[in-house]
Design a protein around this ligand. Structure first.
Ligand code: SF4
Length: 364
């Protein structure tokens, strides 16, 4: 089994990931220890971690730590991008973590052939989304990969410890060699919060989708090798489940517009995607009333599970679905209204953040 961070392939069974790659499960001890477990922890969306105990100890002892994540500026923010972005804001807001927000424009170039001038514009739009979600730019370091020399330096230093065989073992055979180079850049990104310019070693958490584990393994391995020089604390990661395609496909994909929606998208274009989504409903209303629906098969329930913060609302859907009180048509209409209202508010906030996003990136 091989995980490919550039295609999110290989993920169909999270239990298997835990067994095959030695990812540690996030159990109730961890969730209950967190003073403010966010919805992704409470609901088990974050299912695994590497070395999170170091970050947990920093949280419990009120010690400094950092959260780092990057977004590849290859298109508008969509449903799937929100899971990572909200976690950066969560650690910053709830526990005072310094946030490192990397705009992975080099990766967008190598993987998607997007020139820097174009990815700069996309990055402004993406950053405005993150600011609208609550990122405080005064307590964050926001940077473009292509402009950050310290990341490049760390990547080259990392490269001196990596063999071609290692890269192939972790990432498989990639035909574009630049992807291996961007993997080293990601090592530089993840180690950047521990750079002496940012007060040196500290716990760092990297919230990522399970498909990104190869970058985490490589970085932890290199951090160990560079430890005698930099005293790095091994970076930690948490792994979240990926929200599946609305249309029933296993993953959201640009090639399949009915599987996802972008936050910028017109509400009238989103509506049919929700109203035609795969549900866990029974073939007839009578059967649904008798047997109840199957929420864990249902992409409408999944949308509510990932996106709606109110636990009691989500629990209510589950209860009413499984006991046959709720019928899919009504349920879809209700969730659509909720999502549409959230998007309207979010986009209003976002519009006000566009100038700030431009300013923050232009200064880099
Ligand atoms: Fe999904 Fe709602 Fe239908 Fe249940 S009632 S299967 S949650 S759409």
């Amino acid at each position: 089994m091989l995980l490919d961070p550039w295609s999110a392939s290989g993920i169909d069974d999270y239990e298997k990931l835990i067994k095959e790659f030695g990812i540690e499960p996030v159990n109730s001890d961890i969730v209950n220890s967190l003073p403010k477990p966010g919805k992704y922890f409470r609901r088990g969306i974050i299912f695994g971690h590497r070395g999170f105990d170091v970050v947990l100890a920093a949280i419990l002892n009120g010690e400094p730590f950092a959260v780092l994540s990057g977004i590849k500026p290859s298109g508008a923010f969509h449903l799937g991008s929100l899971t990572t972005a909200e976690q950066i804001v969560y650690y910053q807001k709830e526990y005072g973590a310094t946030a490192f927000y990397c705009i992975a424009d080099v990766e967008a170039f190598c993987d998607n052939r997007i020139p820097y001038e174009k990815s700069f514009k996309i990055a402004i739009d993406n950053l405005a989304d993150v600011l609208a979600l609550g990122l405080d730019p005064d307590k964050a370091y926001i940077y473009r990969q292509s402009e950050e020399k310290r990341v490049m330096d760390l990547a080259f230093e990392a490269g001196a410890h990596v063999t071609t065989a290692m890269m192939k073992a972790i990432y498989g055979e990639q035909t574009v060699f630049g992807l291996y180079m961007t993997a080293l850049l990601q090592v530089g990104d993840i180690l950047l919060p521990e750079h002496e310019d940012f007060n040196g070693p500290k716990p760092v958490v990297v919230p990522v989708g399970a498909d990104q584990d190869p970058h985490i393994r490589l970085t932890r391995d290199i951090a160990k090798r560079l430890r005698s020089r930099y005293k790095f604390i091994l970076p930690s990661a948490t792994f979240h489940r990926l929200i599946r395609g609305l249309d029933g496909s296993e993953k959201m994909s640009k090639r399949n517009p009915m599987s996802y929606f972008e936050l910028n998208e017109d509400i009238e274009s989103i509506k049919p995607k929700i109203m035609n989504a795969l549900t866990g409903g029974r073939p007839t209303v009578r059967e649904q009333r008798e047997l109840g629906g199957e929420p864990y098969k249902c992409r409408i329930y999944e949308l509510a599970f990932f996106r709606i913060d109110d636990d009691s609302f989500v629990e209510d859907i589950y209860r009413k679905c499984t006991n046959g009180e709720l019928i899919c048509g009504d349920c879809k209409a209700m969730i659509f209204e909720k999502i549409a209202a959230w998007l309207k508010e979010h986009n209003l906030r976002k519009r006000k953040m566009l100038d700030l996003a431009y300013k923050l990136l232009e200064e880099k």
